[in-house]
Design a protein around this ligand. Structure first.
Ligand SMILES: [Zn+2]
Length: 386
């Protein structure tokens, strides 16, 4: 297989036109083309992008309609003004070489993204329903020459090769990252296994303090090279700057992984330290105080005794809410109820809804998202990135 082909902007323009006629009935409009060799994704993570090159394009969160404010007017995007207002752009990664077919496959994939935006509606997900629909039409029109999927298939990747410089950079970066991170694994009393990978030592401390110190869960943190290698090879490669985690309890390799941890840490996993019983006993007479609010998707309840973890839980549940608002809600005694007294909950709930609505959901920018030129719409939808 000859893998020395490299695309140019002229080649892109010509193939775009050909593929537009052959596979899209010529319905796609003009497009800008570019070859990138630096920046995000250039070290091999991305084969190509589809972007909206213009600034100031917004999308309504609910109707998914795209528009641009021009002075006092709102100009809605449709298939007639899409090219002029949005400057659609397709870029290919110039650090790859490969077969010509491999690059056409990538170009056609990005053209499918173009199609999902060109009528002025933003798809809910980058590779969601709209993408799959046009993808299967294009696949069958090409008689199987192109299989349009979210990720390039192994066969397609086999047709493309990253240049040596980028390969070396990539390997180097991966090695540095591996050397800098710690894996924190929380084994909960309910049998959950939560993995966080981070180079942030204070995050490691926070997780340990909260999960082990306050909630009495079992926490193992390690930077053992074998463990980190094992997790990276399973695809767990993100260096988490904030407290997030992957759930591992359902993975088929979880027991193998536990055994590896046992070998390296010498600790017994899954055996619980005794619970601090007396407190629980003495509190049984009094009903427990619980944080409880009603949200748009149901109720949110949390054992209000641990201030820090309640804050975390709220932060996770309402990512758009400001710290101050969260604290305000937490400090409002009306947002707590006694475990048994469900009767007063209704009035509390009503108040909380009102408060949430007033503080959060009437904000100016809460019902629309801006689409910026640095967003890779070939990967996510702006509605998804949120
Ligand atoms: Zn894509």
């Amino acid at each position: 297989m000859d893998k020395t082909f490299k695309p140019t902007v002229e080649w892109m323009a010509q193939k775009y036109q050909e593929m537009n006629e052959q596979l899209f009935n010529g319905v796609l409009g003009d497009c800008n083309f570019n070859i990138f060799t630096t920046g995000r994704g250039s070290q091999g993570g991305t084969l190509g992008w589809f972007k909206i090159g213009a600034r100031g394009i917004r999308v309504d969160r609910y109707s998914r309609r795209m528009y641009k404010r021009i002075g006092w007017d709102t100009e809605y995007i449709d298939k007639h003004n899409f090219v002029n207002l949005c400057w659609p752009t397709i870029e290919l990664n110039g650090n790859y070489s490969g077969t010509e077919h491999g690059f056409i496959a990538t170009l056609v994939h990005e053209m499918c993204h173009y199609y999902t935006y060109m009528n002025g509606y933003c798809p809910k997900q980058g590779h969601g329903t709209e993408f799959k629909q046009i993808g299967s039409i294009v696949s069958s029109r090409s008689n199987g020459l192109f299989t349009i999927q979210r990720l390039a298939t192994a066969e397609e990747m086999n047709e493309l090769e990253l240049n040596d410089e980028m390969k070396a950079k990539r390997a180097n970066r991966l090695a540095n990252k591996k050397a800098s991170v710690t894996a924190v694994i929380v084994f909960t009393q309910e049998g959950k296994v939560k993995l966080t990978i981070t180079s942030n030592q204070s995050l490691v401390n926070l997780i340990t303090k909260t999960e082990e110190g306050e909630k009495n869960e079992k926490v193992v943190s390690t930077n053992d090279a074998n463990i980190i290698d094992y997790l990276f090879n399973k695809g767990y490669r993100i260096n988490m700057r904030t407290w997030r985690y992957w759930s591992l309890e359902d993975k088929p390799w979880i027991n193998e992984f536990k055994n590896m941890l046992l070998e390296t840490s010498g600790e017994t996993l899954g055996v619980r330290r005794p619970q601090p019983q007396p407190q629980v006993q003495s509190q049984q007479k009094e009903p427990r105080r619980i944080f409880s609010i009603k949200t748009s998707t149901g109720s949110f309840e949390y054992d209000g005794s641990v201030y820090n973890s309640l804050f975390k839980a709220l932060r996770e549940r309402f990512p758009k809410m400001s710290d101050d608002t969260i604290k305000k809600i937490m400090n409002n005694p009306n947002n707590y109820k006694m475990e048994e007294s469900r009767k007063t909950a209704k009035s509390i709930i009503r108040e909380v809804i009102d408060e949430l609505m007033n503080n959060e959901f009437k904000g100016a920018d809460n019902d629309s998202v801006e689409i910026t030129p640095d967003m890779n719409l070939g990967k996510f939808s702006p509605l998804e990135v949120e």
